[in-house]
Design a protein around this ligand. Structure first.
Ligand SMILES: C[S@@+](CC[C@H](N)C(=O)[O-])C[C@H]1O[C@@H](n2cnc3c(N)ncnc32)[C@H](O)[C@@H]1O
Length: 253
């Protein structure tokens, strides 16, 4: 496994700040997919694909994209999939070894039976295929805020502090979170080994909550970043609450 986790660094001092960390990691993912699949035809499974995808498939020879999502309104807005299924990742039965690439982006934190969903994703990916996971770090500003406040507070933050006009409307984010213990990236990487998956890439990056807050609400954003940097310093870097999200790529052995 090539562990590319960023060293603990504050966005004040880091040469790569804000969204640049996320963009760098997304570019890494693009490079990994291009190197792994080259130009051979591939089939893609968007697990919890919702209305959009953050993973660029440009340059890959994608022949088919299947999208599964539990929310029919999300599914109806999606315009990248060839085939859409309204279904639950924790129970859905898809043909074994039928996809080269599974993408599960900003979804695992919403699944109360995450181990069932992981078992199903590992079953449908072909040998030497890849699973790309994007998720929040539970022990981060993003994660703690989401885990220890009720859903209506998430809606309020998104609507009033992040200024999302549709927050909380039917079929619109934020979606209720469950934060199964396997969302933790270390626990997840240990767990998936038993499913025949090996981690080939991991990177945590400056979280979307702090980044968006700083952009939409500069004063509050500075306060949050200042406070979390202070926590980082007091704990000698052990608790880096600003590394709020991560990317993980798994290969089916
Ligand atoms: C934050 S959105 C992410 C959507 C998309 N992957 C993206 O990155 O924009 C989370 C998605 O997970 C879906 N979801 C939540 N629980 C699910 C489940 N049990 N089975 C399938 N999809 C689920 C939601 O409907 C929503 O579309």
């Amino acid at each position: 496994m090539s562990d590319l986790t960023l060293a603990s660094s504050s966005p004040e001092t880091s040469p790569i700040c804000g969204n640049a960390e996320r963009e760098t990691s997304l570019a890494d993912l693009g490079g990994i997919l291009a190197a792994h699949f080259g130009t051979r035809p591939i089939s893609v499974y968007e697990a919890g694909g919702g209305s959009t995808s953050y993973i660029s498939l440009t340059g890959l020879s994608v022949t088919h994209i299947t999208l599964v999502d539990i929310d029919p309104r999300q599914v109806s807005r999606n315009d990248i999939a060839h085939e859409t299924i309204v279904g639950d990742l924790q129970t859905i039965e898809l043909p074994a070894e039928s996809f080269d690439l599974v993408i599960c982006y900003n979804v695992i934190e919403h699944l109360p039976r995450l181990s069932d969903a992981l078992q199903r994703m590992s079953r449908v990916v072909q040998r030497n295929g890849l699973i790309v996971i994007g998720a929040p770090v539970p022990m981060s500003l993003n994660g703690l805020a989401a885990r220890f406040t009720p859903h209506f507070v998430h809606v309020w933050i998104c609507r009033h502090l992040l200024k999302w006009p549709d927050a909380g409307k039917p079929g619109c984010a934020p979606f209720p979170v469950a934060y199964h213990r396997l969302v933790d990236p270390q626990a997840l990487q240990a767990h998936v080994k038993a499913l025949g998956l090996e981690p080939v890439y991991f990177r945590s990056y400056f979280g979307s909550l702090a980044e968006e807050m700083a952009r939409k609400n500069p004063l509050l954003g500075r306060l949050l970043i200042g406070t979390t940097n202070a926590v980082n310093r007091v704990t000698f870097g052990a608790l880096d609450l600003l590394r709020g999200d991560y990317h993980l790529v798994l290969r089916k052995i």
